[in-house]
Design a protein around this ligand. Structure first.
Ligand code: SF4
Ligand code: SF4
Length: 363
């Protein structure tokens, strides 16, 4: 342990977070689609945008073989994405028995508790209820109300609240409804893959969204699954001297020749990672695409990883180390890799930590 790390860990909160993360151990993660089907066709869906549903298998024996192979490889954590996992419950339950999981759902169908008691569930919401109905419900279906009902007071569930640049103003109206439903909130940043433009255009930048998220953290400490530091890194796309994009992206499938150059360019990456399609065999460039323009990528999940792999760079100051460790801990907490009940108390203390003020001050 370096001298600076020893000094930083004299802070009681950081000491606790560090211990919890160490005890949980390292993550060897992959992402996986468990079905190629979905009960929605959202405007701007990355999955159908690249026809990723062409890879699939109806044979559950393929899943059994996949589980065997990944256990052998040492995988211990899977993010379930793509398709709609709530319509493939048998497969979900099977994976849950072998790995730590995190799942993203559109909320239309409830994921039951039976056999999935501690499953972290991220429920999608895109903007305010009207925008959500337009983007995800074909202008007709009120998916938001259904999802509220399905996950009322369900501690497994948190909202994965995606906001477009021109929608920052809806954040203060929507967040209390999500919290009143008994769930916490993680934010995501809308990519506009359908090219709607106007308020949806990611090229406007996310300054206003970032500002509103910071206000929510201040207003609801202990309920928002982000820190001002994490928010800043995603919204600005900057981490030290790096700018977010393919060259620095940490979650690319490491078994693919197309990513060989990226893996040799000197920037660290997640050496275990692969993004598997719903055939349980083939992989794609990254979790969110095969040919996608990385300029449109503000994916929260990928930014967790970006910060996490840069531990050493964050040792330069107490404030940076706080930014790094709280990000790592939040990832572990959201995904229930650490004690969830204790984590709820620690989240409040994380949000109140004074180190964030200097970390997010304008440069
Ligand atoms: S719910 Fe997800 S997979 Fe289904 S259409 Fe919407 S974004 Fe795509
Ligand atoms: S789209 Fe995002 S996750 Fe995929 S390679 Fe580009 S930066 Fe990485």
């Amino acid at each position: 342990m370096t001298q600076s790390l020893r000094t930083y860990l004299q802070d009681p909160l950081l000491h606790t977070l560090y211990q919890r993360v160490r005890a949980a151990g390292p993550i060897r993660s992959i992402s996986l689609d468990i079905t190629h089907k979905c009960n929605l066709r959202c405007i701007g869906c990355y999955y159908f945008n690249e026809d990723m549903d062409r890879h699939y298998t109806e044979d559950d024996a393929d899943l059994d073989a996949f589980i065997e192979r990944e256990l052998q490889r040492g995988t211990n954590f899977i993010t379930i994405v793509g398709g709609e996992p709530s319509i493939a419950l048998r497969r979900l339950r099977k994976l849950y028995r072998h790995f730590k999981l995190s799942v993203a759902t559109n909320g239309v169908k409830r994921i039951p508790k039976e056999g999935l008691e501690e499953l972290p569930i991220g429920i999608a919401l895109w903007g305010d209820p009207e925008t959500d109905k337009f983007l995800r419900g074909g202008g007709k279906i009120d998916i938001f109300s259904k999802a509220l009902r399905h996950y009322k007071d369900d501690e497994r569930a948190f909202w994965y609240f995606t906001v477009a640049p021109g929608q920052a103003h809806v954040i203060p109206e929507v967040v209390p409804r999500l919290l009143d439903n008994g769930n916490m909130v993680l934010f995501n940043y809308y990519s506009d893959l359908a090219g709607l433009g106007g308020p949806y255009d990611y090229r406007q930048g996310f300054d206003a969204v970032r500002d509103q998220i910071d206000r929510m953290i201040e207003r609801y400490p202990g309920r928002i699954l982000m820190t001002p530091y994490f928010n800043k890194v995603i919204a600005t796309g900057k981490l030290f001297d790096m700018t977010w994009g393919y060259e620095v992206c940490t979650n690319v499938s490491t078994n693919l020749e197309m990513n060989a150059e990226r893996m040799q360019n000197g920037y660290p990456y997640n050496r275990h990672f692969r993004a598997y399609n719903a055939d349980f065999k083939t992989t794609r460039r990254c979790c969110t695409g095969h040919q996608r323009d990385c300029a449109s990528c503000f994916d929260t999940w990928e930014h967790f990883s970006w910060i996490m792999v840069h531990a050493k760079k964050h040792l330069r100051s107490f404030a940076h180390f706080t930014g790094w460790l709280t990000t790592v801990y939040l990832f572990y907490f959201i995904n229930r890799l650490v004690d969830f009940q204790e984590g709820k108390q620690l989240l409040y203390r994380i949000h109140k930590h004074p180190a964030f003020a200097s970390l997010v001050a304008p440069e």
